[in-house]
Design a protein around this ligand. Structure first.
Ligand SMILES: [Zn+2]
Length: 352
C-alpha cells in the first residue's frame, strides 16, 4: 500500500489550507496551530516547531500509526505525550518530531482536524463564563467546550470525555479552537463559520509614542515591534489592566514568560531591566511602557513577537469589566516546566 505523501491530492489540499491558515495572524501566531489528515490507518500531523505558514515550502507532515496511538491513549500510556514512538520512520526521512498536540488530533474521529489559536475564539475562551456565552453563538453547530488543562496528554484525555460523535467544533478554554470535518473543504468551511460567528468588537488603540520608546532602547538590546498591535498592550489602558492580571494561554508563557513585564510610571528602561533580573525574569522578550507602547528584545525569537501580536489582538477584543480568567500559578508552572515545550522553544531559537 502506498502511503506516500506526494501521491495524495487530499494531503496537498490540506497543505494549501495549512499555509493559508498559517499566514493569517488572526488564526496562527509563530509556531502555534497544527493540522492533520487521517488516511489508510496513518495520521499525518504537523511537525513540532514548524511554521504552518511554510507548509507549501518545506516538508512538515509527520506520519503516525493511528491505531497504535489510540490504543496507547486508552491505557493512558505516557509515551503518548510526545507521540514520537508512534512515528513511521520509513515515511519520515527528515526525522521530524510530531506536534506536541498530536494526541488531540488522534482522539477526534474526523479525518481532517485543524487546530488554531484564533484570536476571536481566544477572546471568548478566556471568559470565566465562556461556555454559557458561547452557547447561543455556536447554536446549531456540533460543538463542545473543554475547560482549561495543560495541553498534551491531560488535555486530550479530558477532551475525549467531553466530545460527542457529532462534535466538529471544540473550544479549548484559555487556549484556542479545534475544528474537524471528513474533508479538507468541510473543515475549512466550519473554521470560517466559527470565526465569523465569534467576531468581537475591536477597540481602537491610542497611538504609541514611538520617539519616546525608541530613545536609548537599542543600547539595552531592545527594538520597536514590527507589528503595530503589540504597542496596544501598553498604550491602551484597558488592555494593560488585563495584561497585568497574568497569562491568558500557554503559548504566552512559552515565548514571553509568565504574565507581562511593565515599567513603572517613572522608571527608565535601564532601571526596569535591572529590576526584571532581580525578580528572576531575566531579559524580558516584551517590555511594556505604560501609556506609550512596547519594546521587543532584539535577539528574541521571531515567534516571540508573533505571540505578542496575538496578545495585543486578543486584548483589543476584551473589556476590563469582563470576568476574565488568567492561568493560575500552578498552571503556569506546568507549562514552564514541560519538556515538550522546551523542545519547541529550542527550535524557535533556530533561524527560520
Ligand atoms: Zn494549541
Amino acid at each position: 500500500m502506498d502511503h506516500g505523501i506526494a501521491s495524495a491530492p487530499e494531503l496537498s489540499e490540506l497543505l494549501e489550507l495549512s499555509a493559508r491558515i498559517g499566514a493569517d495572524a488572526a488564526l496562527v501566531q509563530g509556531l502555534g496551530g497544527n493540522t492533520s489528515l487521517k488516511r489508510d490507518g496513518v495520521m499525518w500531523i504537523k511537525a513540532s516547531g514548524a511554521w504552518l505558514s511554510q507548509a507549501r515550502e518545506r516538508p512538515m507532515m509527520v506520519p503516525v500509526r493511528l491505531a497504535a496511538l489510540l490504543a496507547a491513549l486508552d491505557s493512558n500510556d505516557p509515551a503518548c505525550e510526545t507521540a514520537a514512538g508512534f512515528v513511521i520512520p520509513e515515511l519520515n526521512p527528515q526525522g521530524l518530531r510530531p506536534s506536541i498536540e498530536t494526541t488531540m488530533h488522534a482522539a477526534l474521529p474526523h479525518r481532517v482536524v485543524l487546530h488554531v489559536h484564533c484570536v476571536e475564539t481566544i477572546a471568548w475562551a478566556v471568559q470565566a463564563d465562556a461556555q454559557a456565552r458561547l452557547a447561543p453563538l455556536l447554536d446549531g453547530l456540533g460543538w463542545s467546550f473543554v475547560p482549561y488543562v495543560r495541553p498534551g496528554l491531560p488535555l486530550t484525555q479530558l477532551m475525549r470525555t467531553l466530545v460527542r460523535a457529532d462534535t466538529t467544533v471544540v473550544v479549548l478554554a484559555n487556549h484556542g479552537l479545534v475544528v474537524c470535518g471528513d474533508t479538507v473543504a468541510a473543515a475549512a468551511a466550519t473554521l470560517a463559520e466559527v470565526v465569523s460567528r465569534l467576531k468581537r468588537t475591536v477597540r481602537p488603540a491610542p497611538e504609541p509614542d514611538l520617539a519616546a520608546l525608541e530613545q536609548g532602547s537599542a543600547d539595552y538590546g531592545y527594538r520597536l515591534p514590527r507589528l503595530p498591535v503589540v504597542h496596544a498592550i501598553a498604550a491602551d489602558r484597558q488592555s494593560l489592566d488585563i495584561a497585568r492580571r497574568g497569562s491568558l494561554y500557554p503559548d504566552h508563557i512559552v515565548f514571553l514568560g509568565r504574565g507581562v513585564f511593565a515599567l513603572g510610571a517613572h522608571e527608565s528602561l535601564g532601571d526596569g531591566l535591572q529590576r526584571a533580573r532581580r525578580e528572576g525574569r531575566g531579559e524580558p522578550a516584551l517590555v511594556l511602557v505604560p501609556g506609550k507602547g512596547a519594546l521587543i528584545r532584539a535577539v528574541a525569537p521571531r515567534a516571540a513577537e508573533a505571540i505578542a501580536g496575538c496578545l495585543g489582538d486578543v486584548l483589543q477584543r476584551l473589556r476590563a469589566d469582563e470576568p476574565i480568567r488568567v492561568l493560575a500559578p500552578d498552571e503556569e508552572d506546568a507549562i514552564a516546566n514541560w519538556d515538550a515545550e522546551l523542545y519547541r522553544k529550542a527550535l524557535a531559537r533556530r533561524p527560520a
